[in-house]
Design a protein around this ligand. Structure first.
Ligand SMILES: Cc1ncc(COP(=O)(O)O)c(C=O)c1O
Length: 477
């Protein structure tokens, strides 16, 4: 036991150093190795003989050494970044206790903790007497929302299967997350029956287009039943006009879902919560606490306006070995989940929220919006950078555009790859109308204006090196 204690203390010391290093200037975001090189640096093979536990420390060291430092301020690749200490403590306790969320009996504290987190999030979303559940990600929350909608409108499908004469169709904007295609596949709608409604230049769904698409679908003999609005789109961080979309759903009798995987956190900010105005009218609501609230992956909640729909849509026969008729059966959250065993993802969020409080979160989110504004201004006023779309929240789409450059897509791609492989900055890219854009996500709560200055200096400096090398190569050929 003593030896294990020493290993544990040793590991925590190493983890602490790893986290601290991420904040030091000059630490790369990643010690990038191509797959073959990485295989050579670590012994990944599994064999018949076990290792002494003492040797696990070195394996953990290697893992840390070659992993991406997602807590680093220049990890700007995804919709999460940073390190959350209270939540980290929650992860340790979660792993140590290894509870499972199907029954109160197996996870009594975790069950009440999850119920409180879901209650509070529902309250913030304006769901008066709603319900909710932690699921395995925003994608799955969207999937379960679609299932709830299908069950609400066509309850027979649950037992009898799909026997519709006219295909069901769903509507999301052309900026919505790709998980809706996957959900349509799983729920039996078919990805061809996902209608992509046009958005405007800022990335927000155009309500008149939605109305037109619904009417068109009806005329074509299809059965519309679900609209998924997005509050905080993946690429631009844009917010669909929820009140107008709610009105259209009401007119046509459709389920109204809000995918606030990214934007849900804005409900914590009195200054910015109006971005989600109208979300209280939704039938269901996806909220990833692992995005704006900075909780370690995964931590996603699906909220529903109805108290019972999750149970009706997700419950099944069987499970007598697990779910018993006893006083606390109402607390067996597994009956409204598609999973059997379910990891405890609530504790880390609850501990972080306890420690940071609503007010702390509001300050943090307001600061991120302020920093995104600073970044937008820097881009717009820089002669070699080009802002590609208006910025509504915390994501700025831009590109490097030196005078006279022709192949801007190629140049920006090369620039992005150089930054990533050198470990200087991880920043993702996408295409908007065929133009490649770098996508700056301002979500790490430790970011400062100085970091953003450094970021743009690094981008422009590296871009200049690449442009020069390309010009020299052209001269030679
Ligand atoms: C708007 C939106 N919805 C859903 C998702 C999927 O979330 P997750 O990665 O938690 O499955 C994302 C992911 O970035 C997203 O941006």
């Amino acid at each position: 036991m003593k030896e294990r204690q020493e290993i544990l203390v040793g590991l925590l010391g190493r983890v602490f150093r790893y986290l601290e290093e991420a904040g030091r200037p000059g630490t790369p975001v990643v010690d990038y190795q191509a797959p073959e090189s990485l295989r050579q640096k670590m012994d990944l093979t599994l064999g018949a003989e076990g290792l002494p536990e003492g040797q696990l420390l070195q394996l953990c060291e290697d893992y840390l050494q070659y992993s991406v430092r997602t807590g680093h301020r220049f990890f700007m690749n995804q919709l999460f970044s940073g390190f959350n200490f209270p939540a980290f403590l929650g992860e340790i306790v979660t792993a140590a206790t290894n509870g499972s969320m199907y029954t109160y009996e197996t996870a009594p504290v975790a069950t009440l903790v999850e119920m409180e987190v879901v209650r509070r999030m529902g309250e913030l979303a304006g769901f008066q007497n709603g319900n909710g559940l932690i699921v395995t990600g925003g994608s799955n929350a969207n999937l379960v929302a679609l299932l709830c909608a299908r069950h609400h409108l066509f309850p027979d499908i649950k037992a009898k299967g799909i026997r519709m004469r006219s295909p069901m169709v769903i509507f999301v904007s052309d900026q919505a997350h790709y998980s809706f295609f996957k959900a349509a596949n799983v729920v039996g709608i078919g990805s061809d029956n996902v209608v992509l409604v046009k958005s405007d230049r800022a990335g927000c769904m155009i309500p008149e287009e939605l109305d037109g698409e619904i009417r068109q679908a009806v005329q074509n003999g299809k059965t519309p039943f679900f609209v998924g609005a997005t509050a905080g789109t993946t690429v631009m961080g844009s917010f669909d006009p929820l009140p107008a979309i709610a009105g259209i759903c009401e007119t046509h009798g459709l389920w109204f879902h809000v995918d606030a995987s990214l934007g849900g956190g804005f409900l914590l900010s009195p200054r910015h919560r109006d971005l989600l105005k109208g979300c209280n009218l939704a039938d269901s609501f996806t909220w990833d606490a692992h995005k704006l609230m900075g909780i370690p992956l995964m931590c996603s909640v699906l909220l529903t306006q109805s108290r019972d729909i999750l149970y009706h849509a997700c419950s099944s026969e069987g499970g007598d070995y697990l779910f018993h008729d006893y006083d606390n059966a109402d607390f067996d959250l597994g009956t409204k989940s598609l999973q059997c065993a379910r990891r405890v993802d609530a504790l880390k969020l609850w501990l972080a929220w306890k420690c940071i409080g609503d007010r702390g979160y509001a300050e943090r989110i307001d600061r991120l919006v302020e920093l995104a504004g600073y970044a937008t201004h820097k881009i717009a006023s820089h002669p070699q950078l080009e802002l590609m779309r208006p910025v509504q929240s915390i994501i700025a789409c831009f590109r490097y555009r030196p005078e006279g450059a022709t192949d801007l897509n190629g140049l920006n791609l090369a620039l992005r790859e150089r930054l990533a492989t050198e470990g200087k900055v991880l920043i993702n890219y996408t295409h908007l109308n065929g133009e490649m854009v770098l996508r700056l996500v301002v979500i790490n709560p430790d970011l400062t204006e100085r970091d953003l200055d450094t970021l743009f200096e690094t981008i422009v400096g590296t871009g200049e090196e690449l442009a020069l090398a390309a010009a020299r190569a052209d001269e030679k050929s």
